[in-house]
Design a protein around this ligand. Structure first.
Ligand code: SF4
Length: 140
């Protein structure tokens, strides 16, 4: 099975990937996010590689301009910093290859729903109720 490339902050976003999540960027993005979350849910031993760049989720995103996140002028730097932050807090490393369940266990042991507003401070998804969706996350 293919190793998924996942940027670290998407380990948080994947917790809230479900059919009813609000205002996805596009249908193609939504279907791809759902596909990836289903792959992981069906096989938590799916191998993932942690990357600090556009990943398999960004690949279907309309904000991905040749690997640069252009959702906002400051967004590419912001998501890179967020990736660094998640790696640091979870004790993971860029380039690390591990099972999805191991990656989620590392993140979940350090970041719970109460910490999402602090860890993800500045992210537009917080305003959309992301932390509450995280609390009832679909991947754990
Ligand atoms: S908004 Fe940016 S970081 Fe998020 S999926 Fe799209 S391209 Fe990737």
């Amino acid at each position: 099975m293919k190793t998924l490339n996942i940027r670290p902050h998407h380990l948080l976003c994947l917790h809230v990937a479900s059919d009813d999540i609000r205002d996805y960027y596009s249908r193609r993005f939504m279907e791809n996010m759902k596909r990836i979350s289903e792959i992981i849910r069906e096989n938590p031993e799916t191998m993932i590689k942690l990357v600090r760049q556009a990943d398999d989720i960004c690949m279907a995103c309309p904000n991905n301009d040749n690997g640069v996140c252009v959702m906002k002028p400051w967004m590419d730097e912001f998501v890179k910093r967020l990736d660094e932050k998640v790696l640091h807090i979870a004790g993971l490393k860029s380039g690390q290859v591990l099972m999805a369940k191991e990656a989620f266990a590392s993140v979940d042991s350090k970041i719970n729903a109460d910490k999402i507003p602090e860890v993800c401070s500045g992210c537009i998804w917080l305003e959309k109720g992301c932390a509450e969706d995280y609390r009832s996350g679909v991947i754990s």
